[in-house]
Ligand binder design. Sequence first.
Ligand code: GDP
Ligand code: GDP
Length: 437
Amino acid sequence: MGGIVAIVGRPNVGKSTLFNRLIGERRAIVEDVPGVTRDRLYGEAEWFSRRFWVVDTGGLDLEAQEEIPAAIRRQVLAAVDEADLVLFVVSAQEGITPADESIAQLLRKSGKPVLLVVNKVDAPVHELYVPEFYRLGLSDPIAVSAAHGKGIAELVEAVLARLPQEDEGEVVGDDAIRVAIVGRPNVGKSSLVNAILGEERVVVTDVPGTTRDAVDIPFRTPEAEFVLVDTAGLRRPGRVGRGTEYYSTLRTLRALERAHVAVLVLDATEGIVEQDRRIAGYAWERGRAVVVAFNKWDAVERDPQLSVRYEREVRRDLYFLANPPVLYISALTGRKVSRLLEEVRAAAERFRFRIDPEELDAIFRDAVLLTPPPSVGGKRPRLYRMRQVLTGPPKFVVEVDDPSLVTSGYLGYLENRLREVHPLPGVPIRIEAERYV
Ligand code: GDP
Ligand code: GDP
């Protein structure tokens, strides 16, 4: 599902205004990067029931080459590298500048699909300036006014037409379990990919058609079929270089888009840090089942207290993961790597959990009887029934006379009651209130 759209252009053309238009009310992910003009922003856009990621690259100011740290230029190029589509933003009110020309040249060389977005077309008079942008030798210019919201729907249509459709790139049958190996740099993700593929019982299967940027690796064990998704850059342990550290978050988000199960790799020599929590949060928000793997177990002293401590830390720092399976592995020695695959398979099964409607009804009635919903502003909602509407991950709706009266705390209570019977460790459960009709 989805795809990644990078917004590129010189400063002040309106990139961040356009970014905000595209993601609307949704929350942006901000990440501090040393030496960058502004925080990098990632955001999820949803239009016409399709979702895609948008990255605001900050600025690419080729006019002031001396002052621009090479790192920033590299970052923008790395974003272009990662993107499925680039929105190159220019300004109708300022016309083509030398910086625009250099960026256009860079983008033409990159071979990426580019949409030329002429911004600041606020009034009909500005439309006169649009045709001059054909000179940049890119696609037909699309006129918008990010500030006034003009032309945005047309732009979005052009974007969606160029993004991969959902599920494209799948190379094995529907039953294959799609696995994303995620974690911050240096925890051993590449080493783990290699360890998995080197496992005796693993058979790497033929790849009928690898997708353009995404490198998916299908393989089989006697128990199940898997696909490691988006392993680009994950096959050479210890590599350093352009883009790898800059866009690791983007790479994570992209991999999560296409996975069923995320293996969150942590470094057992360092424990859980803030960045680990953040990555765990992305996986959870994206609705993926999570298996936690403390890697480099060979390197820590065989301190029996350590696994106890880590288990406690997972419950505390990663509490939202609903008691995920925790493994202590070594990509280096192969310790517990086949066990990890077994846990991934089990997690995928839970991810596709379906409850019997009668059982759900019984759990629901008991729960409501035991603790009725609290009244809000003197009014108490009437709950009618609960249904499972989706799986992978499981989603439920509670039918109620007035959904606005149902608190998130009460939905959390219903989730807890459900988990008492079906714990579904490491699997996100969604419950929403819906108007009974
Ligand atoms: P960025 O540096 O490319 O991210 O540009 P910003 O989004 O920060 O916008 C730079 C300036 O252009 C701000 O003052 C915006 O209010 C203004 N701006 C953005 N979009 C438009 C537009 O569609 N029309 C006009 N007139 N101004 C705009
Ligand atoms: P990535 O950035 O997450 O892909 O991490 P790499 O796979 O490149 O590994 C980072 C470093 O950790 C390399 O020097 C690896 O050799 C080392 N490493 C990876 N897995 C293990 C492990 O299980 N044990 C030990 N001792 N070192 C490991």
